[in-house]
Design a protein around this ligand. Structure first.
Ligand SMILES: [Zn+2]
Length: 346
């Protein structure tokens, strides 16, 4: 890739719609938390933890997630990881992030009350708005492995915090054996209260999971959705309604959903006229960042600066920000893109 385009991508304003707070903890941070809270991890060095983080398979991924959750003992720990996350987003010029967070897992493993979790994240958010000029809202999600009753608890929590730093309701985890239908009631409750629905679907499972997310969970956005290409009727449906898909290429390669970035379906999805956004999912676990996702895809698919700009604006427009805020940000983004394009001659 030419160095001008690389500089353009690094500097350009971005929005991220699919990134997990708990999956964004760097090994360095996890080590400090583990020592502070006397939790034993598989390694007590940053290098060892980095190796342990390296993705092996889905059960290993879940094991890491649970171990991370156990290292969070106090609201201050949560505030700290949220601040660190936002510092990382600001360094990439990500102006707004919609961050997936699984409150029941933290409640269950750490015993931190939901209200205390939200207050801690809110403190980090206010700090980042003031100090870094970046914002975030939360997509509170259900981990699919839990019972529908626990899903309902999460829905009630989400509704109670909706509008107060919480912008959407989600569903994550391993799809196989846990179809969207399992949580139809929880989503009815959240969507009925006006919350946008943004479940993961079409990642480890195929088109039927996406259909379920659309029909049973009223999905306004789909996390991943890359396997929609297996069903032409579904592709036509998603294209006609321009339902945004939160595509995470490196995550898909690590989880064996795609063989490589070069053979990732994102280009086919764009060619098919689907509404694509680019995201990092669990950046340190997949050894990536949102900026890296842009760099890798631009390199693999020969994307121009205009394609990168289009994807960034796609994410902004598909965010759940209020319409006037989105319109104001789009003006700012367009001005910054124009300035960067002339600065770097791209
Ligand atoms: Zn995800």
């Amino acid at each position: 890739m030419n160095s001008q385009l690389e500089a353009f991508i690094r500097a350009m304003p971005k929005v991220e719609l699919h990134v997990h707070l708990e999956g964004s903890i760097r090994p360095e941070t996890l080590l400090v938390l583990a020592q502070r809270n006397q939790v034993t991890l598989p390694s007590d060095t940053v290098e060892g933890l980095r190796r342990w983080y390296t993705f092996k398979d889905f059960p290993h991924f879940v094991e890491i997630y649970v171990a991370i959750s156990k290292c969070l003992r106090t609201p201050d720990d949560i505030e700290w990881i949220a601040r660190e996350f936002l510092v990382g987003q600001a360094a990439q010029n990500i102006k707004h992030s919609e961050v997936t967070y699984t409150p029941y897992t933290i409640y269950n493993h750490c015993g931190i009350e939901f209200a205390d979790q939200m207050a801690a994240i809110h403190r980090a958010r206010v700090w980042a708005q003031r100090e870094l000029g970046v914002d975030m809202t939360l997509t509170l999600d259900i981990a699919r492995e839990v019972t529908p009753e626990i899903g309902m608890v999460t829905a009630e929590w989400a509704v109670s915090a909706f509008g107060n730093g919480v912008s959407a309701f989600g569903l994550g985890g391993y799809e196989i054996g846990h179809p969207p239908e399992k949580f139809a009631r929880a989503f009815q409750h959240a969507v009925g209260a006006g919350m946008p629905s943004a479940p993961h679907a079409g990642e480890t499972d195929g088109p039927k999971s996406i259909w379920g997310a659309l029909r049973e969970l009223n999905a306004a956005r789909i996390g991943h959705g890359v396997r929609c290409l297996e069903d032409p009727i579904l592709v036509a449906y998603l294209r006609a309604r321009q339902i945004p898909l939160e595509v995470c290429p490196t995550s898909n390669v690590c989880l064996d959903i795609a063989p490589s970035i070069a053979r990732h379906p994102i280009q086919k999805m764009l060619n098919a006229g689907l509404y694509v956004t680019l995201n990092s999912d669990d950046p340190p676990m997949f050894n990536t960042t949102l900026t890296d996702e842009y760099l890798k895809c631009a390199d693999a698919f020969d994307w121009s600066a205009a394609v990168c700009e289009k994807l960034s604006l796609n994410a902004l427009r598909a965010s759940f920000l209020p319409a006037p805020r989105k319109a104001a940000m789009e003006q700012e983004f367009r001005a910054e893109f124009a300035r960067l394009a002339s600065q770097w001659s791209v």
